[in-house]
Write a protein that binds this ligand. Structure first.
Ligand SMILES: Nc1ncnc2c1ncn2[C@@H]1O[C@H](COP(=O)(O)OP(=O)(O)OP(=O)(O)O)[C@@H](O)[C@H]1O
Ligand code: SF4
Ligand SMILES: [Mg+2]
Length: 326
């Protein structure tokens, strides 16, 4: 059984337009993927593709007007979507988040050590000297310099990289099963970014946890992830083992993403994207990528089916193929 399995998840934003009529933005339109214990999944896709919304759905952080209208989120086989009021023991303890902005995610009025201790006390995992020892140990594990001194530091005294390490410590302190990192190293310089992702990957593997890393950077996916899901306009359009997807990208959008990496641009030149993302308020029934797709045919006006090629590598396209001439 998968640790987490997202099945055909649909999230809509329903609000009133200027004429007071109800209008619907179809922000997630069939997100499906699964992840085994011990694996790291990368989610990629352009801005607005629905990556954070997918993470927030798993974390139970959706707020009105966002609404899950279809699909399931199975965690250890249990649908955590339907028990929002009951799942605090899962969310925040068994599933945790490493957010994008470390400085604004730490409580500025509380010393680092006290924040790490408080998280354990709130979830009932440790208290008193045990919680202090665990907090110190986590700061050591994320390789904070001089961890004993940092226990009594204020958030504003930390660099961006150090603050991000504290957030990794915070996300792992209650020994979760799944850690979701939403663009965890954006804004940090490349060396710090690599050190932090190395630390995260090592800790996740050492503790047999799973992780979902959301990023725009295919290099991060190639280096740190076992599996990847490619999102476009609120749908996963390709999912599979990282080696298989990079070697044999099947969906035209995945092919264009790979063709946009610096290595491929140096080799084949830069191809400009001339159309924006589809309007989420006016999505048709067919393939959402059709306006941008060089392979589009009349049948693409109807929704594609999932096509599996290798075991665990599948795509959502009428004409999957593996040329990089997207
Ligand atoms: N309140 C809202 N009403 C309507 N649409 C919304 C609302 N909030 C978010 N959206 C839309 O949901 C879509 C998915 O947003 P999401 O934040 O998940 O994108 P993302 O893939 O994480 O992008 P980025 O890479 O920029 O972080 C976007 O198109 C966004 O405009
Ligand atoms: S279904 Fe058609 S339009 Fe959509 S990606 Fe595949 S070939 Fe292109
Ligand atoms: Mg986002």
């Amino acid at each position: 059984m998968s640790l987490i399995s997202i099945e055909n998840l649909h999230v809509h934003f329903i609000s009133r337009g200027i004429d007071n009529q109800l209008i619907t933005a179809k922000a997630l339109n069939g997100v499906s993927f699964s992840l085994e214990a011990g694996q790291v999944m990368g989610i990629v896709g352009e801005t607005g593709a629905g990556k954070s919304l997918t993470a927030n759905s798993i974390l139970g952080l959706l707020r009105p007007p966002a609404k899950i209208v279809k699909g399931r989120i199975l965690f250890n086989g249990e649908d955590i979507r339907v028990h929002d009021h009951e799942t605090s023991s899962v969310r925040g303890k068994q599933i945790t988040l490493i957010p994008q902005s470390p400085k604004t995610s730490l409580d500025p009025t509380t010393r680092i050590g006290d924040q790490l201790i408080r998280m354990q006390v709130e979830h009932g995992t440790a208290s008193g000297s045990d919680a202090y020892a665990r907090a110190l140990n986590m700061l050591e594990q994320v390789q904070i310099p001089d961890p004993t001194r940092r226990m009594s530091a204020w958030p504003h005294e930390l660099s961006g990289g150090m603050a991000q390490r504290v957030l990794i410590a915070a996300s792992l302190i209650n020994s979760p099963k799944l850690v979701i990192a939403d663009e965890p190293t954006t804004g940090l310089d490349l060396t710090v970014q690599a050190e932090i992702l190395d630390t995260l990957r090592k800790l996740v593997t050492a503790n047999n946890m799973s992780s979902i890393i959301i990023t725009h950077d295919l290099g991060i996916v190639a280096h740190y992830c076992d599996r990847m899901a490619v999102m476009f306009a609120g749908s996963v359009v390709e999912e599979g083992d990282v080696v298989s997807v990079f070697k044999k990208p099947l969906h035209p959008y995945t092919q264009s993403l790979i063709a946009s990496t610096p290595k491929q641009i140096a080799k084949n030149g830069y191809k400009r994207i001339t159309t924006g993302p589809p309007d989420l308020y006016n999505l048709g029934n067919g393939c959402s990528y059709k306006d941008r797709c060089h392979k589009a045919q009349p049948i693409c006006e109807t929704a594609p089916q999932w096509v599996s090629v290798d075991s665990g590598h599948q795509t959502w396209c009428h004409f999957p193929g593996h040329s990089l001439n997207a």
